[in-house]
Design a protein around this ligand. Structure first.
Ligand code: FES
Length: 181
């Protein structure tokens, strides 16, 4: 069956312009020039589309990257500096135990030994590990490299260069209060 609508048909040739010639490859030469925009204004569609696609791409990229950047760079948490804190109820540190509390930018360990409350920095002065109270040995011990401190922060043994920073602790009513020394 003969195929209708052939590209080289005379009817089709007529729509390509009066003098259009078709080469053997099907290319058209001498056809009508591409139409300009409304009333002669050269409507640069390609440039316009590039701007639209670029703008949409930038918005998508920004909305994708923003949460990633916010995740990687967490907000700076400001610590309000104080001279004294109500750390918690006295029952949190029974006789023979120690408990660590946040105090400004430091961590402070409150130790209760026979009813005597002491408070020193819990941050080992060697490389910054947190010490804990060893009641049987009657000392603060660092788990990282074996530093030992007295309840009052002085050095017993180990690689640490300095004693622990001293604070004051007391029971006020039923609350442990830590203050700067
Ligand atoms: S960090 Fe405590 S002994 Fe090294």
């Amino acid at each position: 069956m003969a195929q209708t609508g052939n590209f080289k048909s005379p009817a089709r040739m007529g729509t390509l312009g009066g003098s259009a010639e078709v080469s053997s490859s099907g290319a058209v030469s001498g056809g009508k020039p591409r139409e300009t925009g409304l009333k002669g204004v050269d409507f640069e569609r390609r440039g316009f589309l590039h701007k639209v696609v670029g703008g949409v791409g930038a918005i998508v990229a920004a909305s994708t990257l923003y949460p990633v950047v916010k995740y990687i760079i967490p907000p700076v948490k400001e610590i309000k500096m104080v001279n004294e804190i109500k750390a918690g109820p006295a029952s949190e540190v029974p006789d023979g135990s120690g408990k660590i509390y946040q105090f400004n930018e430091d961590k402070v360990i409150v130790v209760n030994k026979g009813g005597t409350l002491t408070a020193v920095s819990a941050v080992c002065t060697h490389l910054g590990c947190l010490v804990h109270w060893e009641n049987a040995a009657n000392e603060l011990a660092c788990p990282c490299h074996g530093a030992k401190y007295k309840q009052t922060g002085e050095i017993i043994s180990g690689p640490q260069p300095k004693p622990l920073k001293i604070y004051k602790a007391k029971i006020d009513g039923d609350t442990i209060v830590i203050t700067k020394a």
